[in-house]
Design a protein around this ligand. Structure first.
Ligand code: C5P
Length: 233
């Protein structure tokens, strides 16, 4: 069983490469950013004012708690179909909107909310990594901001994926132009600034491999990751 933890800032290409890596090995894939996005989407839908100077953190925590414990939320871990649903409604596209991107840090910055999500993420990883209940292969690729340090610091492979800011901004812009109805406008610099208050995804923790893919294309990034996983198998 192999757990691969990949962290990095917005727009670095974590999701596409992590998904391809999971597919290559037949592993499960966990997009933890999608979980935070789904929570922000849910809070907005509940009418919680995430633009308020002082966001009502108790209201957000109650809403997020109910979202998970009352069974509204589900996320697929098959890299071919990592669909996010709420009460059976496919929200995979809605959570990539500009509205959600610009509000997600308001939710992910609330520490008790993080505790709820971290517990859920650890449970997914443990389930996918266990022999009896695996749904894909004997391994999982989980990506986010705090997987290498907090969620799965004992993962067999831990990588910090980075790229220069202008490269990341250009990549996100290209994604948005390719799928304008799906990937909304996203100020990656503003999001990174807000996110770095609660997570450290700019400096690698001990034992974490740093990979700067500014000058690599998708295939080169994937091949390098495959090399790291092969070495751990
Ligand atoms: O990865 P993605 O850009 O979709 O993540 C969306 C947001 O979710 C991030 O901007 C951050 O606020 C939050 N996040 C987090 N911790 C993670 C993954 C994502 O706080 N492990």
């Amino acid at each position: 069983m192999i757990r691969v933890a990949i962290d990095g800032p917005a727009g670095v290409g974590k999701s596409s490469t992590s998904k391809a890596l999971a597919k290559y090995y037949g592993f499960a894939y966990l997009d933890t950013g999608a979980m935070y996005r789904a929570c922000a989407w849910w809070c907005l839908r509940q009418g919680i004012d995430l633009d308020a100077e002082q966001v009502d953190e108790d209201a957000v925590l109650d809403a997020v708690g109910a979202f998970f414990t009352d069974g509204h939320f589900d996320i697929g871990v098959d890299p071919d179909d990592p669909r996010v649903t709420c009460d059976g409604e496919d929200i995979s596209e809605s959570i990539r909107s500009a509205e959600v991107s610009s509000h997600v840090s308001k939710v992910s910055n609330i520490i008790p909310v993080r505790h709820v999500l971290i517990a859920a993420q650890r449970a997914y990883i443990a389930r996918e990594a266990s022999e009896e209940s695996f749904s894909c292969g004997l391994g999982v690729v989980a990506e986010g901001r705090d997987i290498t340090t907090v969620v799965a610091p004992d993962a067999e492979v831990r990588v910090l994926l980075t790229a220069r800011e202008e490269v990341r901004q250009a990549r996100r812009g290209a994604q948005s132009a390719k799928a304008p109805g799906v990937v909304g406008k996203d100020d990656v610099a503003a999001r990174d600034k807000a996110d770095s208050k609660v997570t450290n995804f700019t400096e690698a923790a001990d034992g974490v491999v740093t990979m700067d893919n500014s000058d690599m294309d998708f295939e080169q990034t994937l091949d390098t990751l495959i090399g790291l996983v092969d070495a751990a198998i």
